[in-house]
Design a protein around this ligand. Structure first.
Ligand SMILES: C[S@@+](CC[C@H](N)C(=O)[O-])C[C@H]1O[C@@H](n2cnc3c(N)ncnc32)[C@H](O)[C@@H]1O
Length: 229
């Protein structure tokens, strides 16, 4: 299976307006992590699977002179990111796949990614590309809601018709270490707003009922931190 199917899926999300819920759903966790990243002035940050680029723009605003570049395999996500762009910040959105990053070795101080890496069709290649474009001394912060210890996400690949990378927390750690990363650690980030309330809950294919929504919330987002020494 190639990226084409993934790109078509996320192009359709934009056509159906589903992209508009992404910041609402992921925003709290992403803001918690960006704050903890303590991005320094002038750092260059790569956002893998930027979608419409809302997190890329938050990163660009994290400190003076920060440059943020988002990449995504969905042309419609990139077009929407361009539409939503603010010209007061240093951000850019490139049509590019994780498995073949169009950047020089050691170009980035930081890598960030929210809910995107498990869609890759070649995890080893993706992680070795991430390692290549990171500077020595750089860090990578990857966030994932789809992982083995979160059972309520188990059928997402099936319902989306995609072959997703389903790894345990320890499996993600091993995959990063295999790519050359060091000081790899994992933790969970829980949305501080709670699961929401049952009355206003709206189902979708990944959260088919209230119990699934609560279980996903309680499991939290898996945060994989890794360093290139
Ligand atoms: C669930 S969306 C998350 C988007 C954004 N990070 C957010 O939180 O709103 C996953 C994104 O990853 C992108 N993606 C998945 N696999 C990719 C790949 N191999 N190369 C580049 N982008 C990819 C998809 O096109 C999609 O826009």
């Amino acid at each position: 299976m190639s990226n084409e199917k993934v790109a078509e899926t996320f192009d359709r999300w934009v056509e159906d307006g589903r992209d508009e819920g992404l910041e609402k759903g992921h925003g709290n966790v992403v803001r918690q992590v960006i704050e903890k990243m303590q991005i320094a002035p002038g750092e260059k940050v790569l956002d893998l699977g930027c979608g419409t680029g809302w997190a890329t723009r938050l990163i660009a605003k994290a400190n003076a002179g920060v440059q943020a570049i988002g990449v995504d395999a969905s042309p419609r996500m990139i077009a929407k990111a361009d539409e939503l762009h603010s010209f007061t910040i240093r951000a850019r959105y490139d049509f590019c796949s994780f498995e073949a990053l169009d950047f020089k070795d050691g170009e980035f101080d930081r890598i960030f990614s929210m809910e995107a890496l498990y869609y890759t069709t070649d995890l080893d290649k993706t992680l070795s590309e991430a390692f290549r474009v990171l500077k020595p001394g750089g860090t990578s912060e990857i966030l994932l809601d789809y992982y083995e210890e979160s059972p309520a996400s188990a059928d997402w690949g099936e319902v989306m018709g995609l072959k997703l990378q389903r790894l345990t927390e320890a499996g993600w750690k091993r995959a990063f270490e295999k790519a050359g990363f060091q000081a790899v650690s994992t933790s969970r980030v829980v949305d501080s707003r709670g699961p929401g309330d049952r009355e206003s809950f709206e189902r979708d294919e990944c959260e088919p009922n209230w119990d699934a929504k609560v279980a996903l919330h309680e499991a939290g987002t898996l945060w994989v931190h890794a360093e290139k020494t």
